[in-house]
Design a protein around this ligand. Structure first.
Ligand code: PBG
Length: 323
């Protein structure tokens, strides 16, 4: 009995000394939902504690989060139905309320890191990430629109572009379009291994962006596949991605670990809406201790190998671990 691992657990001070993984607000990107208009604040029914915000309220929210130590934000627009069309033209409209809001945010908080999503679903009357022709999602025509979308976001001063559409070749295409237009320092965080997951349900409620027909299985990955993530990661690396992302996070910790072990690029994990809502709901029912399971979940994502976590828990975590 000479070896007693419990010696390293005997006090909080020793446990802190030997703790292998730390989660801090430095690791977070906080997703935010933007509403048209200025002062609105509407809670997402399926995501208690998460609100869709008008620009003035969002600016205040970003200021509060910056004070809490959260420095990076991913801003998603809630696009009213009457703006949607089949080819998602609003996604590259410089005068649209989203682009105007992005410029405001970068003007007010140049020090904040602002990320945007590149995919057509919030703007598409079909609710798909690509253009639909005869019931099929057409890849190469979609690339052209994604390129315009990325360019329009870059023109707003955005720091990181996040292609979440899963079209083939989009990272290389977007990199080329950005470079040709002088945006060589705009980063690309590719949704590398993005699975066709049911955990995105509450996000689609928040944005009202669910597909009008069919599902996303012809472009998002099959949840059963791990090796396929390596194919996607090879392509994204070759095409010039700056970060590789795995999404969702908790149900795909093995994929996070796999990419961390095989690639030198920073690995991000998207702790998605359904993963947030599960913990919230169980916490509200009194079945789980929300604060503890939330922190344990974030720790597990970090321990699996994620360098960056996109999470709706960011603000609550920061408030709990106040600096
Ligand atoms: C858009 C997009 C989605 C999410 C991020 N970007 C939804 C989807 O692909 O259907 C999901 C995020 C979440 O569930 O928190 N393509």
């Amino acid at each position: 009995m000479n070896i007693r691992p419990r010696r390293n657990r005997k006090s909080a001070a020793i446990r802190d000394l030997v703790q292998e993984t730390q989660v801090t607000t430095d690791d977070f990107i906080f997703p935010l939902f933007l509403l048209e208009g200025t002062d609105a604040k509407v809670e997402v029914d399926s995501m208690p504690g998460i609100y869709r915000l008008g620009i003035e309220v969002m600016l205040k929210e970003i200021e509060t989060c910056l004070k809490l130590g959260i420095k990076a934000f991913d801003v998603f627009p809630v696009v009213p139905e009457h703006y949607k069309d089949q080819t998602a033209t609003r996604c590259y409209d410089e005068g649209f309320f989203y682009q105007k809001a992005l410029k405001r945010i970068k003007q007010e908080f140049p020090e904040a890191c602002i990320m945007t999503d590149v995919a057509l679903d919030p703007y598409s009357s079909d609710g798909h990430d690509g253009i639909v022709v005869d019931g099929k999602i057409v890849n190469d025509r979609t690339l052209e629109v994604l390129g315009k979308q990325a360019l329009s976001q870059a023109a707003c001063g955005i720091d990181i572009i996040g292609p979440s559409d899963m079209m083939d070749g989009r990272v290389g295409y977007i990199r080329e379009v950005l470079d040709e237009n002088g945006y060589t320092d705009v980063s690309i965080m590719s949704y590398t291994a993005k699975y066709a997951s049911a955990f995105y349900g509450p996000f689609r409620d928040a944005l009202d962006s669910a597909p009008k027909s069919g599902d996303k299985k012809t472009y998002q990955m099959n949840p059963a596949n791990q090796q396929e993530a390596l194919i996607e990661a090879d392509l994204d690396t070759d095409e010039g991605a700056d970060f590789l992302m795995v999404k969702p996070a908790l149900a795909y910790l093995d994929v996070i670990k796999l990419l961390k072990d095989h690639y030198s690029l920073p690995i991000a994990a998207y702790n998605v809406s359904g993963e947030y809502s599960m913990l919230k709901a169980a916490g509200e029912k009194g079945w789980l201790d929300y604060e503890r399971v939330m922190q344990e979940s974030l720790l597990s994502i970090k321990r699996a190998g994620a360098d960056i976590i996109l999470t709706y828990h960011a603000k609550e975590f920061a408030q709990l671990n106040g600096r």
